[in-house]
Structures are given as structure tokens and as C-alpha cells.
Write a protein that binds this ligand. Structure first.
Ligand SMILES: [Zn+2]
Length: 149
């Protein structure tokens, strides 16, 4: 979990999608088929995504922290409830990043301050985390995000 000292004030928005090592560097958690080694994100325990495989057991594995931009876009409209959104709404970029080792494309928000005009297909990206919203208990909920490496 990110920064033990902040454990009481910062938590993942969704449990089990990413974790961080002792230095605080986050990585995504994927599922890997124990039969054909196909990866999937978000992680799940069963049902291999490879249509040619009847494997039904996926192990939880850390995914590469870096990948290359496969595609991207910019969201200029606030998502409808129940999705948390800052008020006033700020446009943000979304990138589909291809992890070379896993052959997996992971869609994620891009950090604040980086918009579509700053991105290019093939650009090297690195995983980080960013605040998504603050919950009713005052806990800052974090999500994974991409930043230019
Ligand atoms: Zn499989």
C-alpha cells in the first residue's frame, strides 16, 4: 500500500487492482492464466480471456510498470453520477497503454497537467497513482494513472 504513514488517510479507490512496493512505486495487478499464460486486467480468478484456451484458473501477478501509448483521448465532459468527479470539472486525458512484456493494453487516466496534445502514440508511459476523490470518512481514495516516463 502506498506510504505506510499515510495508511489511515489514503486508500485505493478499488481494492486489488494495484499495489506498491516498499519504495512506494505502484504496479498493477493482473490475472495470468496458469495454462496458456495469457494476461488480463483488471484481475480475475477464473475464465481465461484467450478464446483458444479452456483454462479456468488465473494467478494474480504484478504487471510491468511501463508501456507505450497505443491510443489516447481526452475527456471534456464530467462523467454522470455515481462516478466521482471534481467540481468544477477539469478535462483529463485517458491513455490505452500497451505493456510490452504482457501484450496487454491497459486503459487509465493520465495525470493532471498532461492532456491529449501532450501525448503521442508510441510514447513511453509509467504507472503512478493520483487522488480520485475523498470519501465520506475524509479518506483520500487513489486510483492508478499513467504519466509520461
Ligand atoms: Zn488460458
Amino acid at each position: 500500500m502506498p506510504g505506510d504513514t499515510d495508511a489511515a488517510t489514503q486508500l485505493p479507490a478499488i481494492e486489488g487492482w494495484w499495489s506498491a512496493d516498499e519504495s512506494g512505486a505502484p504496479h498493477l495487478i493482473g490475472g495470468k492464466c496458469t495454462k496458456c499464460a495469457t494476461y488480463v486486467f483488471p484481475p480475475r480468478a477464473n475464465n481465461c480471456p484467450n478464446p483458444a484456451c479452456d483454462g479456468d484458473e488465473l494467478a494474480q501477478v504484478p504487471l510491468s510498470r511501463r508501456g507505450k501509448v497505443w491510443s489516447y483521448t481526452e475527456n471534456r465532459y464530467a462523467p454522470p453520477p455515481p462516478y466521482p468527479s471534481p467540481d468544477p470539472f477539469e478535462p483529463f486525458a485517458v491513455a490505452a497503454v500497451e505493456l510490452a512484456d504482457e501484450g496487454l493494453i491497459v486503459l487509465g487516466k493520465v495525470v493532471e497537467g498532461t492532456l491529449a496534445a501532450d501525448l503521442k502514440v508510441g510514447m513511453e508511459m509509467e504507472l503512478t497513482t493520483m487522488p480520485l476523490y475523498t470519501d465520506d470518512d475524509g479518506v483520500e481514495r487513489l486510483t492508478y494513472a499513467w504519466r509520461i516516463a
